[in-house]
Design a protein around this ligand. Structure first.
Ligand code: ADP
Ligand code: MG
Length: 673
């Protein structure tokens, strides 16, 4: 696009409007061209008074002034009422509050083209409006055209923005193409000169669609290119598994799934590539990510390096440390466990062993990135349930190594559109398939009033020797809200299930107490837990078959999915009860029906994106990335995939964008920064 003109170049836009426009991101004429309408006002057809309906009370037609009258208005001044007639002979009263001077303009017998978005009709069939625009000609009134409708702010009006966009298009056109020539034909895109004109002033609906598609594709393409060029696209050869890894894999009582094998091999290739890895391992709850992580750890440790494994809670860290000891100790690996509760002499010795390299693998909580923790040669950082950690926490741990690789694991899958754009700087391995033999969890939505039958079916599960979780949002409500809490419900459930041993568990209990309770639950000395969402992550009890979540409507989709994932972890059939109260919000209804509909974490993530929008979902990712003007991360998967494919091809064949064909991209990227 041509050199910048300032927005104040537009006649009628002064300093005050310019300040308001800058809050919409419009400072230059180019910004104005890139400012997409939020919708359109279709004035292709003339609309007379008789065309108005309650749904569409707008008009765009010719009128003639037939009489005037004036009356005092409530505030100071006089109101002018000008009675007009459209070409069908219907009457319209124009109300000009405090503008009696309009009388001079609205001469009797004069004709005007009027546009008004809301015309009212009284009982006598007379139409009136106080908000309208009058023009001398059809063209000036925009009749016969589709006009843009922009989002507004402050005292900025539609009219000002329409003026500004028309002016900017005039001043900056013709617009040069921004993509390599061959892509236009290949993907049936509009040339950019047409696209920029049509996005503001389309001739028909098809124009709007095609212009948006072209501009969205361009925007995505530039985004992908800038990410890919930063990342580099070297091809890696598949990594080789060592004898120790082979031994570990063959010692397992089950076979790895094909996805687990593929992920392990992708990770090995990264670890051996000489460049730090930044890979996300995503896979649904129970898909077996941990094992892949241990294989990666073993691979790195055999090269003489150290590995740190970080989990979000002490319970989970402990479970992982025990798992690691069972699997890896026989390979001669020295394992340590570090949390905030490891103190005194024990802690001092442990820290020394990390510093002098006698510990190969340390498993722990965020205590791993305390200041006093130093490593000899930390090369791989594994982060379980990575969405539980902030960016700073992850970085702090990574910075304890030199060029350390990161393997992040998550059971909250990233929808494909986000993975391809916002997370394009990450490599992603995915475990799609579950270990064999699992039965899908049955999910029931239970209205508050129907809870008795739910309690009965859980009693049947207890008789079969199966276990249950009851989850509530609060520890102790003390009358603050009318939510059920664990403390009160524990009493109620004990009365309901006399003689069945149970325990209360929540974040305020001391760590040793929680560990003891979970141990007893695993040993079946406890048959059900009454819990807050502390049981959300990681806990693995095969005989627990029932999950009750009360006030399910106030939990987010990711949390519901995680909680449900605590059951269905063996070959037993299992059940999830989502209890909700009346008066659900639209969003809460949507969330619950998604949970009922599917147990597939990927589907749930897609739905979450639709319901919450990308800003919320991407969490701590730079929000600047999200300022897509034309493309949508919820609905443009096809475009995003195409943009990725083309960007990868170009970044590979011509990373410097030096060829003549790629020059427009080079220029556009430069302009962006
Ligand atoms: P997540 O991906 O949720 O972290 P885990 O790694 O905790 O899942 O694995 C869940 C359970 O499945 C564990 O008990 C683990 O030993 C088991 N598991 C892992 N891989 C397989 C497999 N290929 N076949 C059968 N069971 C497996
Ligand atoms: Mg896990």
């Amino acid at each position: 696009m041509k050199a910048e003109g300032r927005i104040t170049d537009v006649p009628g836009i002064g300093k005050k409007s310019a300040a308001e426009l800058s809050s919409l991101g419009i400072r230059t004429l180019r910004d104005m061209v890139l400012f997409p309408p939020r919708s359109y006002d279709d004035r292709r057809e003339e609309r007379n008074l008789s065309d108005t309906t309650p749904d569409n009370p707008s008009i765009a037609c010719r009128i003639t002034v037939i009489s005037h009258s004036q009356f005092p208005s409530k505030r100071s001044g006089m109101t002018l009422k000008a009675t007009c007639m459209d070409d069908d002979g219907r009457r319209l009263e124009l109300l000009c509050f405090n503008r009696p001077f309009m009388k001079d303009m609205l001469k009797l017998g004069s004709s005007w083209y009027i546009t008004a978005s809301a015309v009212e009709r009284n009982r006598n069939g007379i139409y009136s409006t106080a908000s309208f625009e009058l023009k001398r000609t059809k063209e000036e009134a925009g009749i016969g055209r589709i006009l843009p409708v922009y989002p507004l702010t402050g005292s900025i009006t539609e009219k000002m923005l329409r003026n500004a966009s028309a002016y900017a298009i005039d001043a900056l056109s013709p617009f040069a193409d921004e993509l390599p020539y061959d892509l236009y034909g290949k993907l049936s895109l509009m040339h950019h000169d047409d696209a920029y004109r049509c996005i503001h002033y389309p001739g028909n609906d098809e124009d709007i669609k095609e212009a948006r598609r072209t501009l969205a594709f361009t925007e995505l393409m530039l985004m992908e290119l800038s990410i890919l060029r930063g990342k580099g696209t070297t091809r890696k050869s598949p990594g080789k598994e060592s004898a120790a890894e082979r031994k570990l894999i063959s010692s397992l009582p089950f076979r790895l799934t094909a996805d687990q094998l593929a992920a392990a091999s992708e990770i090995r290739a990264d670890l051996d590539s000489g460049q730090p890895m930044n890979r996300l391992l995503q896979g649904d709850v129970g898909s077996g990510k941990t094992l892949v992580a241990w294989i990666a750890a073993l691979h790195e440790i055999q090269k003489g390096n150290q590995v740190a494994f970080m989990a979000p809670t002490e319970l989970l860290a402990r479970q992982h440390a025990e798992g690691a000891a069972e699997l890896l100790a026989s390979s001669g690996i020295r394992i340590a466990f570090l949390t905030g509760n490891v103190k005194g002499q024990g802690r001092r010795l442990l820290l020394e062993s990390l510093k002098d390299g006698t510990t190969d693998l340390v498993v722990g909580t965020h205590a791993l990135f305390s200041e006093d923790v130093a490593f000899k040669r930390l090369k791989l950082v594994i982060i379980d349930e990575q969405h539980r950690f902030g960016v700073q926490q992850r970085e702090a741990l990574r910075n304890k190594g030199i060029d350390a690789s990161i393997l992040s694991m998550t059971a909250t899958p990233i929808p494909r559109t986000l993975a391809l754009t916002l997370f394009a700087d990450l490599d992603v391995s995915t475990l799609h398939t579950m270990p064999s033999g699992r039965i899908p969890i049955k999910t029931y939505l239970v209205s508050d009033r129907n809870r008795e039958s739910m309690y009965k079916s859980i009693a049947v599960e207890f008789q079969r020797g199966h276990q249950a979780y009851f989850v509530y949002p609060r520890i102790d409500d003390e009358g603050e809200s009318d939510l059920r809490d664990v403390t009160h419900m524990h009493d109620e459930l004990e009365a309901k299930y006399p003689g069945i041993p149970s325990a209360l568990i929540h974040s305020k209990l001391p760590e040793e107490e929680k560990i003891r309770i979970l141990h007893d639950f695993r040993e079946k000395k406890i048959m059900y837990l009454v819990a807050t969402s502390v049981v959300e992550v990681g806990i693995d009890i095969p005989d627990a078959t029932c999950m009750v979540i009360e006030h399910a409507d106030i939990f987010g989709l990711a949390a519901l999915h995680q909680l449900r994932g605590r059951v269905g972890r063996s070959i037993l059939p299992s059940y999830c009860f989502l209890v909700f109260s009346q008066n659900l919000s639209v969003e809460a209804k949507a969330r619950l029906s998604v949970m009922k509909e599917t147990t597939d974490g990927f589907r749930i993530a897609e739905k979450d994106l639709e319901i919450r929008g990308p800003g919320e979902m991407a969490g701590d990712k730079q929000s600047g990335f999200l300022r897509l003007r034309f493309a949508s991360l919820t609905s443009d998967l096809d475009l995003i995939e195409n943009a990725r494919i083309e960007a990868e091809r170009i970044a590979r064949d011509d990373p410097g964008l030096l060829s003549i064909g790629n020059a427009p991209l080079r220029i556009a990227l430069k302009e962006q920064n």
